[in-house]
Design a protein around this ligand. Structure first.
Ligand SMILES: C[S@@+](CC[C@H](N)C(=O)[O-])C[C@H]1O[C@@H](n2cnc3c(N)ncnc32)[C@H](O)[C@@H]1O
Length: 401
């Protein structure tokens, strides 16, 4: 496929996404002490020994993602591919500016990833597959370049949470709105008049992206996109010869976390098949705009259930605090000693209230100490923390048995 032979390549050439940047200082700072690399490693590979010298393919890298990965993982070898020369050019400028020697860029469609003739430990494909004419074929092509024990990080749009976007996309199609600058200006003035109850309203107010013309075009005037319900996203993974591993942030998909724990339906959903639980939670929450997940090859040697809380493995687990977690100890209701919040969650009910004993246990989490060495640690408490995305678990040490 030539770079401008496809409607999507043409679109992203004119409206590169994300809006190009020339400053990666925030990435450099946030990843400098190594905690994030450890946390991300455990999200992908709970049981494998730590490494940060992986080969990483950023598939559909847009304007900056491949450079960001190169900055975040200085010892990794990063390859970025994209069909948009404008996006590759913007990434190339970042590579030059930051003198990144560990990244190479190719103007190449995902469907031709096999021509790279390499395999990758880690593939990142976020916000891309849903623009392909045949996402299933695209994912199958990525599988062919994923190492046997590699991990794929995938993000596709979520159907129900994008209902407001779909309404406005249909509206724009009906009016024949095109992504020309004057048309975008007219569209922006129209969006200011949207009824307050319009389902797009909260997105417009809360998504900084929508303040930028190219990002607005990406969302509302994209010539080709589709979205996925939870069962459709899981079927996409399964159909490509891959195995679902976990959600990048799992608490919103779990009835054991948040508001539903207070009502009988929480237990009723928790008794269902796991994939039905995820589907029920998407319907209950209604606002999931995207599904971000980790998947492995269906023939991966990695264990299907890497963490067990009902056997004797857990004392060897080392919990690590994600950098987005904060412990709040002020202005709390009686009997509550602290509240744990993962700032990456958008659903406010996903916080966890701790009593004084639980707070004392959590405060011993230092990223090095195993659960067996944490005074007062129980499998039940740490499983709850893990479901809530409040710890990541390093299960690479052998247990005592
Ligand atoms: C919404 S942007 C996402 C960019 C990046 N993954 C990120 O999350 O910042 C989608 C990107 O996918 C690229 N793209 C679309 N179809 C593609 C294909 N078949 N192969 C490779 N890249 C593709 C577009 O050119 C665009 O840069």
């Amino acid at each position: 496929m030539s770079a401008d032979g496809d409607v999507i390549a043409r679109f992203y050439n004119r409206h590169p996404y994300p809006p190009p940047v020339d400053d990666l200082t925030a990435d450099v700072a946030a990843w400098s002490d190594g905690t994030r690399r450890r946390v991300e490693h455990r999200r992908l590979w709970p049981t494998l020994a730590y490494r940060d010298d992986h080969t990483i393919l950023v598939a559909g890298c847009g304007t900056s993602q491949a450079a960001r990965y190169a900055v975040r993982y200085p010892d990794a070898q990063v390859v970025g591919i994209d069909v948009s020369p404008t996006s590759i050019g913007a990434t190339g400028r970042l590579v030059d500016e930051y003198g990144l020697a560990n990244v190479e860029l190719h103007e190449l469609p995902i469907e031709e990833a096999g021509s790279l003739q390499r395999s990758f430990d880690h593939i990142v494909c976020t916000g891309v597959l849903h623009h392909l004419p045949d996402p299933a074929t695209g994912l199958r092509c990525l599988r062919t370049v994923l190492a046997a024990d590699g991990a794929l990080r995938l993000m596709v749009y979520g159907s129900y949470g994008r209902f407001g976007v779909q309404l406005m996309q249909d509206y724009c199609r009906l009016l024949g709105v095109t992504p020309e600058p004057s048309e975008i200006a007219d569209l922006i003035s129209t969006l200011r008049e949207l009824p307050t109850a319009h389902p797009l309203g909260h997105l417009l107010r809360n998504t900084p992206d929508f303040q930028h013309d190219d990002a607005l075009a990406d969302a509302l005037l994209n010539p080709r996109d589709r979205s996925y319900t939870v069962p459709e996203a899981l079927a996409l993974v399964d159909g490509a010869g891959m195995r679902f591993g976990r959600w990048v942030r799992q608490a919103p998909y779990r009835p054991q976390c948040g508001a539903l724990t207070e009502v009988p339906h929480g237990r009723r959903i928790a008794a269902m098949d796991e994939h039905d639980q995820f589907a029920a939670m998407e319907l209950f929450r209604a606002t999931m705009q995207r599904h971000s997940l980790i998947a492995y090859r269906d023939d991966s040697p990695l264990p299907a259930n890497p963490l067990g809380w009902d056997d004797d493995r857990w004392p060897a687990y080392v919990p690590i605090r994600p950098t987005t977690v904060t412990l709040v100890e002020e202005r709390l209701p009686p009997g509550v000693a602290a509240v744990l919040i993962n700032q990456a969650h958008t659903d406010r009910d996903l916080v966890l209230f701790l009593d004084a004993d639980e707070r004392r246990v959590y405060q011993q989490v230092d990223g090095n100490r195993a659960l067996g060495d944490i005074d007062g640690a129980t499998a039940g408490f740490f499983e709850r923390l893990w479901w809530h995305d409040l710890v990541m678990i390093d299960a690479s040490a052998p247990s005592d048995d």
